[in-house]
Ligand binder design. Sequence first.
Ligand code: APR
Ligand code: ZN
Length: 281
Amino acid sequence: MDSLIERAARDLLKSNHAIALTGAGMSTESGIPDFRGPNGIWTKDPEAEKRAYQTYHNFLRNPKEYWEDVLGGRSMLGDLTGARPNPGHEALVELEKLGILKSVLTQTIDGLHDKAGSQRVLEYHGSVLKLRCPSCGTRYERSEYDLQGLMLEDKLPPRCNKCSSPIKGDVVHFNEPIPSDVAHDSLEEAWKCDLMLICGTSAVVYPFAQLPRIARQRQVEAQQKAESGLLFVKNESATTIIEINADPTPLTTEGISDYLIQGRTAEILPRIVEAVKKLSQ
Ligand code: APR
Ligand code: ZN
């Protein structure tokens, strides 16, 4: 483990444009369950996963009913308002402050990267703290709408202040398209980066799981062009892909990642930051 932590620190120090890709595993040490880990929500309740595949369709079919379900039901992640960032989130903030990490692309919807102080966070699957208009793309803080009041006055669904369309939670449901702004910006980061730190994700949900493959493909194409003399590539190292996860993922087994540091993000990420600081002394 020590040698892999030192290797990751060296790779980060060598990088010009390092980004982090994170999943629900980032937040389990903040008391928020993941989905497919041993204690994951879907692992424990496969029926809940099946129901989750209907949520977006329910919104399109009847936004009022969708909101009555949302406001009447219990959130599957529990009450997130009290959740606190853990040392894993804080370590990514430190890497950003050191000028090494350029952005965090996250599948988490709990807002903990923002809460920790990360400056450039792309919430690929949205946020429970926000609402979004699927028609014009405008986002709102959840607090901008008195949702319970609207329900009591039988005035659901909440409507967009810009285009008056029914709005939904910002969280991206299964079968729902990824909002174009965050999809575009994330693709751009995956294309630009020369190092990806992939933390706490099973890497099985698309299109997010395509991002590491796009970065790897870009490197392969650059190398092919370089070998055919068509392109002068500034640095041969191109993209380094590092996984930090409790278990191997398809990225590990298919050789998309260069190496996996197996363990807990809240333990490993701070150790990498310590190693970066030591090496840069
Ligand atoms: N440290 C490292 N890895 C961890 C930790 C931890 N503290 N806790 C859990 N893990 C690992 C799990 O073993 C699992 O491999 O993190 C991974 C989490 O994977 P998922 O539960 O599948 O979460 P994620 O990859 O974010 O899911 C993607 O699926 O359900 C949808 O929209 C939801 O955004 C979510 C998407
Ligand atoms: Zn709108």
